[in-house]
Design a protein around this ligand. Structure first.
Ligand code: ADP
Ligand code: MG
Length: 325
């Protein structure tokens, strides 16, 4: 069992940023509106995610860390509303780190369980606010070979911040606070109002006023696929692609093909070493897209990827040309 979990961990838990992704998604699935993340040592010595979500009943704690136990399976695999559904993250993390989960469905009456290198503790009562605190210490202590692949603390911290920015853009109704080394910290207040207003406010918080003023709106539709968002004018280009955000049906995705379409749309308008800042929301029939190809769920497979690329390229080119670029 421990071995199986460790193999799964190789897939799910690539680096500290992937742990952050899994834990923050769990908090969002639990309906949290406030998520706090604390890190030390690039997330390798400590990662703590606290949320004010629904919490876990004491009796359910051993199940939460058991393989393929999920409380989220829906009968239609194409219509998964929750971010998680495999029941792999917690057991995987517990097999390669020192994991502790403290949770309460009502303030005060909580419980705690720990998992170390795959070994479960008994469930103990623990005082706790409503919600869940998941603490991961000494990531990869049981898999030294994996630990060797980690980059510098600074690089792992940067990857955590980048990961959180992507999730945060997709969930403006959640307040996020990341505390870690100076440059990696992030404080994002909850955004209120209509979905559009909240999304715009979160966009501003993450990409800055410069982006709002130097970008063009996108609004296109083809064969039932809706594309909205904003794209920067070429003069507002960046030195890296970290300012490109794509959401598919509300989930952040990272996909080479989509990045290629964005790059292609700007073509000669951008020098080779410059990148546009882009926020795009693709919304389509869930049956026409699989956002769960890989356990890390960052990549995406469209039934008709040529059409999607065409839609993106067409919409960006049109926006640029209407602006006289
Ligand atoms: P999945 O998210 O795919 O279901 P996980 O291993 O990430 O699998 O989590 C296992 C289960 O633990 C979840 O289905 C959920 O019931 C519970 N759980 C995990 N994290 C939280 C949390 N922050 N709040 C409430 N429940 C949680
Ligand atoms: Mg999960």
């Amino acid at each position: 069992e421990t071995i199986v979990n460790r193999i799964a961990a190789g897939e799910v838990v690539e680096r500290p940023a992937s742990v952050v992704k899994e834990l923050v998604e769990n908090a969002i699935d639990a309906g949290a509106t406030r998520i706090e993340i604390a890190t030390a040592g690039g997330g390798l010595s400590l990662l703590r995610v606290s949320d004010n979500g629904s919490g876990i009943e004491p009796g359910q704690l051993p199940l939460a860390v058991a393989r393929h136990c999920t409380s989220k399976l829906s009968d239609n695999i194409f219509d998964i509303r929750s971010l998680g559904f495999r029941g792999e993250a917690l057991p995987s993390i517990g097999s390669v780190a020192r994991l502790s989960i403290r949770s309460a469905t009502e303030a005060g009456e909580g419980a705690e369980i720990t998992v170390e290198g795959g070994e479960l503790s008994a469930v103990r009562p623990a005082a706790c606010n409503r919600g869940t605190v998941v603490e991961v210490r000494d990531l990869f202590f049981s898999t030294p070979a994996r630990l060797k692949f980690m980059k510098s603390e600074r690089a792992e911290s940067a990857a955590i911040t980048d990961q959180l920015r992507r999730i945060a853009l997709a969930f403006p109704g959640v307040r996020f606070a990341l505390t870690g080394p100076d440059r990696s910290s992030l404080e994002l207040p909850l955004c209120e109002g209509t979905p559009e207003k909240a999304a715009t406010e979160r966009m501003r918080a993450l990409l800055g006023h410069g982006f709002a003023e130097n970008s063009l709106p996108i609004n296109a539709m083809r064969d039932g696929v809706r594309l909205t968002g904003r794209i920067s004018v070429p003069s507002y280009s960046r030195g890296n692609a970290q300012h490109q955000f794509v959401m598919v049906n509300g989930r952040p995705v990272r996909d080479k093909r989509l990045a290629g379409a964005i790059r292609g749309a700007y073509a000669d308008a951008l020098p080779r070493d410059r990148h546009a800042a882009v926020v795009l929301f693709l919304d389509l029939d869930p049956a026409l897209v699989d956002v769960n190809v890989h356990p890390q769920k960052a990549d995406v497979r469209f039934r008709d990827s040529g059409m999607i690329s065409g839609l993106i390229v067409g919409a960006i080119r049109q926006a640029l040309s209407e602006a006289g670029i």
